[in-house]
Design a protein around this ligand. Structure first.
Ligand code: T6T
Length: 327
């Protein structure tokens, strides 16, 4: 009798251990590798860390200090070399040049989710690059169209406007400039578009470039800054030239500084992306994939909040202004 009981207990413990084993096998570890240190990705990191806490997942974060393949690739390679990551959530800084390094990660058994920016043409079902599980981010071409409509309205439908952007071959800002130009060409024949100039994600360079355009073209009516640093530099140049309110700025990315410039009448429209959602959802997707979910969407559009003077105090809108921890 006693032997039977002992045997039954041993079987029970073995079962418990086996199920613990199954749980341990499902526990994943994620690498988070955004584009650069900036308020947009800092908020995305908040989303990643919140989801990781909620789901009990370990995340290793590496943030490149500057924008570029040379800065992002060694961090990626180091993440792969650790050998303990199952997923990497990343914003590729070049839609073509990061394909090889990320494919090398896949070959080592790591699954990739891209956030904010995409590889190839972003169509992971039919496009040239198919290996990422999903692409979670804004519809940047649509964002460019919204920026064009906003700037056209702010300048009364005519005049010359200028695009200041970061780097070529970056899916996000490239899409924004494309949408902006297409919308202007389609709807506003009396608006001439200059640029983009590329500031290499440096606000000082963006300010110098915008100042040079303001000098060359004293009738400039508006500027579209395609991201945090472009808009920041454009705004600074307009303020320094004493042209706040005369030259309208549309800012992609809802930093506190962009909102302050809107309060001063320099910026007329701010497009807030949803970086928290991008980070949170990406971690959830990794967990779901690891659990065997096979119907995850390959593309998730996270949408915008469009902020202007009229709605900026509305809490339902103001919550999308990028809140960087500790700032
Ligand atoms: O605008 C964001 C991001 O969407 C873009 O890909 C790169 O620049 C930012 O990070 C803002 O600085």
């Amino acid at each position: 009798m006693r032997r039977k009981w002992l045997l039954a207990m041993a079987a029970g413990v073995a079962l418990a251990l086996a199920s613990q084993g199954a749980q341990a096998a499902e526990k994943i570890k994620i690498g988070f590798l955004p584009g650069v240190v900036d308020p947009f990705y800092q908020v995305m990191q908040v989303g990643v860390e919140k989801a990781a806490r909620d789901l009990g997942i370990d995340v290793v974060t590496q943030i490149p200090p500057t924008w570029g393949v040379e800065a992002q690739t060694p961090l990626l390679d180091a993440m792969v070399a650790r050998g303990d990551l199952n997923y990497i959530i990343t914003a590729p800084v070049d839609k073509d040049q990061m394909v090889g390094p990320l494919k090398a990660a896949v070959d080592r058994g790591i699954k990739i989710i891209t956030v904010d920016t995409f590889l190839g043409n972003g169509d992971y079902v039919n496009g040239p690059v198919k290996f990422p599980i999903s692409y979670i981010g804004s519809d940047n071409v649509e964002g460019g169209r919204i920026a064009a409509d906003g700037l056209a309205k702010a300048i009364g439908g005519k005049g010359t406007v200028y695009i200041n952007s970061t780097n070529p071959n970056v899916s996000s800002v490239e899409g924004r400039a494309q949408g902006f130009k297409e919308e202007m060409a389609k709807k506003f024949p009396d608006i001439k578009v200059l640029g983009p100039d590329f500031n290499l994600d440096d606000a000082n360079r963006a300010a110098q470039q915008t100042a040079a355009v303001l000098q060359r073209d004293p009738d400039l009516a508006g500027v579209f800054g395609t991201n945090v640093f472009s808009a920041q530099g454009a705004g600074t140049a307009v303020v320094n030239a004493g042209l706040g309110g005369h030259v309208q700025v549309v800012a992609y990315d809802a930093t506190k500084q962009a909102i302050e410039l809107m309060d001063k009448g320099v910026v007329s429209l701010v497009l807030a992306q949803k970086p928290f959602d991008m980070g949170y959802l990406a971690v959830m997707f990794a967990q779901a994939d690891a659990a065997g979910v096979t119907s995850l969407p390959r593309r998730v559009e996270t949408g915008f909040a469009i902020i202007d003077k009229e709605n900026v105090k509305d809490p339902a809108i103001a919550r999308f202004i990028y809140q960087v921890p500790g700032k």
